[in-house]
Design a protein around this ligand. Structure first.
Ligand code: ADP
Length: 665
């Protein structure tokens, strides 16, 4: 192998030798095979200093030295220069010493003077050192990679720990390989390495409408494994605490660089709260629009209705006063019928208007029976072609809450009952409404029908918003959820029992009112209007001329009444010097509103401002509501009650008399 060196290969060597001759011999030998640059040392200190002055390719050391030996030199080399190649060249070495040196890691021995092996041995040492160096580098690289992998795994773990979403990764066999802390929170179960086919059962996730998912092609991750991207919201039941939850689910296939699917990732987020909020908004939107419509209709009907009612009452009184007609039974019956028909319209209008009221549900008390009655009246049209109504009223306590809202609950239940019964067979069908008090002292209201009944599949979904079996345009699926919300707000509950083909009973159970306040009654006891001493001067401003005339007729016998349909007209009269004891002004008029009229009166005729009484018809804008809350003036609600009107006027006219009007009224 000596020939294999071309003599020009560079070699930086330290020669550890105490004999100068031997050192020279060795140097000469080295120079024959290499382009050698050598340093000759003979003490440990010199060796250390030389090593520190590196770099070197090799150390060639004598075995027996006066101050130290080859083994020591070897240790110093290892200590200072690590893996630097080391060869011993010695005149004498005992077998034991050789064994000791080999054990310590010395690679080769050479006998002085026989240098034929020297160059190949050095070459081999250098080659091996190079291999060792490469291996070390490769190991370092591997270690770096391992550290890098560990670092990114740690990062992934902390991300999965931190994100609130449930992140689940499965491999192609459906084994769960990533399971985030958020997934734990959502699915309420610890991680386990299980097959996808099993995981719904393990993690307690069930779709309420499809109880078995195992292996089902409809499952988001399974779909993603087959290459489909999924984004949807799903309803789940958590089996730990059977509580419904809505999850937003996104699933994607994971692909290798060549496009083959290697697994799937699913991101799950609990959106139960968001959905509830969204539903709440939809429900209140619907309530608001129903309320506005109802209030608008009520307002339109109120004016002519008020006029009709006042006129009928007047007619009744005129008849009573006329001796010739007083005993005409036919005539009395006719007017009585007309009055009760109008009174019914007035009740319906009242029912409509309760939709638009903004009441604090806890501030009022309700009579379940009167709410039920009002709902029955409103549902009359739905019911009358389908079933007979059977009423079974037993005493029930007054409850805390708004009667209007309770009426809405019963209306929904009655309309649902009617819609479950086909038209045309009235005699065979019954809608039964019942009230009673249960053993715990709560009010119980039942609405039962002999309709279609509710299937076992539909039963659990009745109170879920948008669940409906009715065709679009008829069913919105919001009725029962609204009912439930109202009833729960009132501290009560709704129960349902149903037999398919036989019928359904909805039961509303409500706790009794905490403290029974004065019972509100729609029909206030009529108080006879006291007759005032002097004739008052009254101005009526209302865009409905019939209402003005009716008021005039009611008051004419005791007071002087001027009516006008325009606010500007009223102002002109005041400007011309007319004075009034009472100015009735409609609140909502097309050109100048009652609020504007009031502002002008306050400015120009401040003494008349307190004499304004507002007539209100139900269609309140927020600004009208604020206005009424702000001013001290009284309001009269339309349709106007005759006795109330008379009482209010005589009360006001009794007040200190006004200076006589200049122009008269
Ligand atoms: P909607 O009436 O708009 O469908 P609801 O929430 O009031 O919404 O009712 C939801 C569903 O419950 C109805 O579509 C119907 O299938 C069922 N349901 C409610 N009440 C009855 C009843 N009395 N008889 C039969 N089915 C009923």
């Amino acid at each position: 192998m000596a020939g294999s060196t071309d003599g020009s290969k560079p070699l930086r060597a330290i020669v550890v030798e105490d004999e100068d001759d031997d050192a020279l011999l060795l140097l000469r030998e080295l120079k024959r095979s290499f382009d050698a640059r050598c340093l000759h040392v003979s003490t440990p200190e010199a060796l250390r200093a030389a090593l520190a002055d590196g770099p070197w390719d090799i150390v060639i050391s004598d075995w027996a030295l006066p101050t130290f030996n080859g083994l020591e030199a070897f240790r110093i080399v290892r200590e200072v220069a690590g893996d630097l190649p080391f060869i011993i060249v010695s005149g004498t070495i005992t077998e034991e010493a050789a064994v000791e040196a080999l054990k310590a890691g010395v690679h080769d021995f050479m006998v002085k003077g026989r240098f034929a092996r020297l160059a190949p041995a050095i070459e081999r040492e250098l080659r091996e050192a190079e291999t060792r160096r490469e291996k070390r580098l490769a190991e370092l690289d591997l270690e770096r990679q391992r550290a890098e992998t560990e670092r990114s795994e740690r990062l992934l773990r902390s991300v999965l720990q931190a994100v609130p979403d449930g992140v689940v990764v499965v491999d192609t066999a459906g084994r769960v390989v990533v399971w985030s802390a958020g997934a734990d929170a959502i699915f309420k179960m610890p991680r386990a390495d299980i097959e996808l086919a099993d995981w719904p059962r393990h993690y307690g996730i069930y779709l309420t409408d499809r109880m078995t998912l195992a292996g089902g092609g409809d499952q988001a991750l399974v779909k993603a494994l087959s290459g489909t991207e999924i984004d949807r919201e799903e309803r789940f039941l958590r089996n730990a605490q059977v509580k419904e939850a809505w999850l937003s689910v996104s699933a994607r296939p994971l692909r290798a660089s060549d496009g083959t699917i290697t697994g799937a990732v699913g991101v799950f987020r609990d959106v139960t709260h968001e959905r509830a909020t969204q539903e709440q908004i939809m429900i209140s939107d619907r309530m608001a629009s129903v309320g506005m419509l109802a209030a608008g209709v009520a307002h339109e009907i109120n004016n002519p209705l008020g006029a009709a009612l006042l006129n009928l009452e007047l007619l009744d009184e005129m008849l009573r006063r006329e001796p010739a007609r007083r005993d005409d039974a036919d005539l009395r019956e006719t007017t009585a019928d007309a009055r009760s028909a109008v009174a019914r319209v007035r009740e319906i209008v009242g029912d409509l208007r309760i939709f638009s009221r903004h009441e604090d549900p806890t501030a009022v008390q309700a009579d379940v029976r009167s709410a039920l009655e009002s709902s029955l009246r409103m549902a009359f049209n739905e019911v009358r072609h389908r079933a007979r109504v059977q009423k079974d009223y037993q005493p029930a306590p007054i409850v805390d809450g708004s009667e209007a809202r309770l009426g809405q609950v019963f209306l929904n239940l009655i309309v649902n009952a009617a819609q479950a019964i086909p038209e045309g067979n009235i005699d065979a069908n019954t809608i039964r409404v019942a009230t009673r008090t249960d053993a715990a002292g709560r009010a119980v209201v039942e609405v039962s029908d002999t309709g279609s009944g509710i299937s076992a599949e539909s039963l659990p979904n009745l109170f879920t918003p948008f669940f409906t079996t009715k065709p679009p345009g008829i069913g919105t699926g919001l009725g029962l959820p609204i009912c439930q919300r109202i009833v729960v707000q009132m501290g009560g509950e709704i129960q349902v029992e149903s037999v398919v083909g036989k019928g359904t009973t909805f039961r509303v159970v409500l706790p009794p009112a905490r403290a029974v306040g004065p019972q509100r009654s729609r029909e206030e006891a009529p108080s006879r209007a006291p007759v005032s001493q002097r004739r008052g001067r009254i101005l009526v401003v209302d865009d409905e001329p019939m209402l003005g005339s009716a008021i005039r007729r009611v008051l004419a016998s005791q007071h002087d009444v001027v009516t006008t349909t325009r606010a500007v007209d009223a102002l002109e009269r005041l400007r011309a010097g007319a004075t009034f004891d009472v100015i009735f002004s409609d609140l909502m008029m097309p050109q100048v509103t009652g609020m504007e009229l009031y502002a002008r009166i306050r400015e120009e005729f401040p003494d008349h401002a307190p004499r304004v009484v507002f007539l209100t018809g139900g269609a309140f804008t927020q600004s009208a509501r604020d206005f009424l809350a702000r001013v001290p003036n009284p309001t009269l609600e339309k349709p106007i009650d005759r006795n109330g009107l008379l009482a209010l006027v005589s009360e006001r006219v009794k007040a200190p008399s006004l200076p006589p009007s200049k122009t008269g009224t």
